[in-house]
Structure formats: C-alpha cells, structure tokens
Design a protein around this ligand. Structure first.
Ligand code: G6P
Length: 441
C-alpha cells in the first residue's frame, strides 16, 4: 500500500483528487494520505472536509493535513505536487498586466507564464528538498504550472531527483476526442505526439487494435475543433464558456497545419490578436475561477464540516486527475503505461537539442520513464519550438543569475510580445507586481 502527500493542499482541485484517490484503491491502494500547504488558513477548510470524506469512505486510510514539512513529507512514497505560488490573486495579475499592453494575458503562455515561472521555481525546488530530506526514495509527480519552465528549472537544479513532470491538457483533449469517436476512454487512443508543454502536436492516433483514427478525427476537427458536433458537452472542461471557445478554436489551429492535431494552447501563439480581441482586460480567467470554482469548493467544504458528513456532497472524483493515479500506479506496480510526459529530449525528437525538456509519449514502469523516439519535427514546428524553448531557458537563466537583461530577452523573444520596448514596459510592471516573490534582478 502507498503513502501519498498532496502538496498544494489548499487547491480548489484537492478535494476532488482525494475523492478520486480513495475511489481508485483497487488500482492504487493507500495506507496514508496527507495534505501539505504552506498556507494554513487556506488549507484548513479543505483539510477538515477531506478528513470527513476519508473517514466516511475509506476509514482504513490514515489521513492528516499539515503545514509542517517534516510531518508532510516523512514516510511518503509519492508527492503529488500542484502548487500555485501567489494563488489566484497573482494569477489575476499575470493575466491583466499583459492585457494593459494589448498582449495575451495567460497564466502559462507569454509574459504571464514567464512571471508565474519566476515565482514557481523556488517553491517547487523547496518541495523536492523536503521530499529528499524526509523520504529519499519517494517520487514527485509534478503538475505545478507553468510546467515547461518548472521542468527546465528542475532539469538544471535537480538533475538527479526523482521528479516527473506531467500535464493534464493532452489527456483532456484526448478525452474529448474519445467522446467524439464514441470510445469508452482516452486510454483507448494510442498516440504519437511531440513538442513542449502547452506547445505540441499529435502526428498519429490509433486504437488499441492498430486502426488509424486520424482520418475520422481530422474530418471532425476541421469543422468543429475539439468540441462535439451536437454540442453534447460531456467533457467537464467544455462545461465552461471560455474552455468551449478554446476547444472550438482548435479548428483554426488545425487549418494552419492539417498534417497534425494541435494542443489547444497553440491558440495563444498562432492567434494572439484573436485572443486579445476576445479578452476582457478587467475580467479574466482568474476572476471566473475565483467567482465560481473557488467559491463553490470552499463553500461546499465548509458545509461538509458544519454538517459533519460528506454523504450528500456535490464534490465528485476529479476526472482530470486520473492521469496522476495512472502515473503513480505505473511507477508503483510496473504497469508499463504509455503516457505523455515532460522529459529530457535525449534524442526522442531527433532534430532537437538532447537537453531540451520536451513533451513526448513515454513508457512508465517501476524503473522510471523511457521516452519513445518521435523522429524529426518539420520546419514549421522546429522553428516554433526552438523559439519557445529558448524563452523558457532564458527565464531559468534570469532566475539563476538574477538577471534583468535575460528576463528582458526572454520577454522579447516570446512570440506573443511585439517588441523589446513593450517587453521592457511589461517587465518593469511585472517586477513591481512580483516583488514579494521574485529574486531581486
Ligand atoms: C488546463 C491546463 C493546466 C491549467 C488549467 C487551468 O488543465 O493543462 O495547465 O492549470 O487548464 O484551468 P482553469 O480552469 O484554472 O483555467
């Protein structure tokens, strides 16, 4: 049986992940489940509600929540890390500051992602240090954002650590595609994919019998993107208007390169003008999340605590986190799962630097992760990837060297920032907004 700590206990996703973990004990049995957060006040309502959920549904599992690293990270097999440094109020700034300059405001792409990356690096590294101090044999499964910058930082600062970086977006897209095809699960789709995190392309998809799914999918995506034809919105992500727009917009991404199927995040790089035109600079995704998901989750957790029971709770097992259970059980029970992960290239994409952190299919077993060879990428993708990966590397350089110049270069190189002068104005604003988090440049 496994002992798990969820780092980022106060996240709006935590209660649904706890629910998912206790319901998946046939695949991934638990002995201990812990929440860890450095914000006691935020974690408390979620921790108390989860305590009740676990007591009612899996009393055999020992559950605690804590802000003490030693308590949080001792005797642990897996750290599931999904922290958000600065919380949603800083996400709001990441999104709104760029929009002031007519630039895409997004939490992982462009200036917002760069700002967030500078905040995330030290805290993710701190979690690795805690894990290595208190449970040196544990694995960290990290899906803290911005995953690309975090992955590059961990490669440089913690090259020998047992950390695997993963993202849910490819899984969410494949869930939609499985629905479109009438398949039971995204796991029925075997794929070939290359790129960076939030910056990749599928070249092949086939079913478990080896039948090519691409022709049918391309016909669909050409017309409807990743949304379903009859608006039968089954994907939980599609239940929200802004996500729906993103899934539909995939058809315009596909139009640019009909040889592949795109990751939806490419919309920020292919069509930044469209994104800015459709953004409200006074009300961004952070506001939507704070007004809805955050409010609902915290209200529901307080209600559970007040009533002393979670029997009638509206919190459901978080489907979006199934991949984390899959990854953990592949490592624990040697299932040889094929999963898209963010790993050191090492030749997986043959015409890119072996040191780049790329997102490709990997086989996961108890021995760790083995990337599969995806061959060379075409000129269009190669150009985009080289530019974007250089941005991510410059951010990590800037963090390590405390370099204003490198961060200015990173912003200038970002495809969605129009000029060095806009980059400089943005940088000065971001420095001011992040003064409690960034090193002094
Ligand atoms: C997707 C991405 C994540 C991101 C999330 C934000 O799942 O893959 O990297 O954190 O979207 O979703 P939200 O609902 O908070 O805007």
């Amino acid at each position: 049986k496994q002992s798990v700590v969820i780092a980022g206990g106060g996240s709006t996703y935590t209660a649904s992940i706890v629910m998912l973990l206790i319901e998946n004990q046939d695949k991934f049995p638990l002995r201990k489940l812990r929440l860890y957060d450095n914000d006691a006040q935020r974690q408390e309502p979620i921790g108390k509600a989860c305590e009740i959920i676990v007591k009612e549904r899996a009393p055999e599992v020992e559950f605690t929540y804590t802000t003490d690293p030693e308590e949080g990270f001792s005797d642990v097999d897996f750290v599931m890390a999904h922290i958000r440094v600065g919380g949603l109020p800083m996400r709001e700034k990441d999104e709104k500051i760029p929009l002031k300059y007519g630039v895409v405001g997004q939490e992982t792409c462009g200036p917002g992602g760069i700002a967030y990356g500078m905040r995330s690096i030290p805290d993710v590294i701190e979690l690795i240090d805690y894990m290595e101090k208190y449970s040196p044999n544990a694995w960290m499964l990290n899906y803290s954002n911005p995953a690309a910058i975090v992955a590059e930082a961990t490669r440089r600062l913690k090259p020998d650590s047992k950390i695997i970086n993963i993202c849910d977006m490819p899984v969410a897209i494949k869930k939609s595609l499985a629905d479109i095809l009438g398949l039971d699960s995204e796991n029925d789709i075997v794929d070939r994919y290359y790129g960076l995190n939030h910056f990749g392309w599928w070249t092949e998809m086939y079913d478990k019998d080896g039948n090519d799914l691409m022709p049918q999918l391309k016909e669909h995506v050409k017309k409807y993107g990743y949304a379903s034809a009859n608006d039968d919105i089954t994907n939980p992500l599609l239940a929200e208007a802004s996500w729906n727009d993103t899934f539909v917009k995939a058809k315009d991404l596909y139009a640019l390169d009909p040889d592949t199927l795109p990751n939806t995040y490419l919309k920020y790089y292919y069509y930044p003008d469209y994104v800015v035109e459709h953004a409200n600079p006074n009300h961004t995704r952070a506001n939507e999340v704070m007004e809805h998901r955050e409010k609902n989750v915290f209200e529901e957790c307080r209600r559970i605590v007040e009533n002393g029971t979670a029997e009638d709770t509206s919190i459901v097992p978080g489907e979006h986190a199934e991949f984390i259970v899959q990854l953990a059980s592949a490592l624990a029970y040697n299932t040889n799962e094929r999963m898209l992960l963010i790993v050191k290239n090492n030749g997986a994409i043959s015409n890119l630097d072996p040191e780049y952190m790329v997102e490709v299919p990997c086989i996961v077993s108890k021995r760790g992760v083995e990337p599969l060879a995806m061959g060379p990428v075409p000129t269009f993708q190669k150009g985009l990837i080289e530019q974007q990966v250089s941005v991510e590397r410059l951010v990590v350089d800037a963090y390590l060297e405390k370099s204003y110049q490198k961060l200015w270069q990173a912003l200038t190189l970002s495809k969605i920032v129009p000029s060095a002068s806009v980059a400089k104005e943005l940088l000065d604003d971001l420095i001011e907004a992040n003064k409690d988090y960034w090193p002094e440049l």
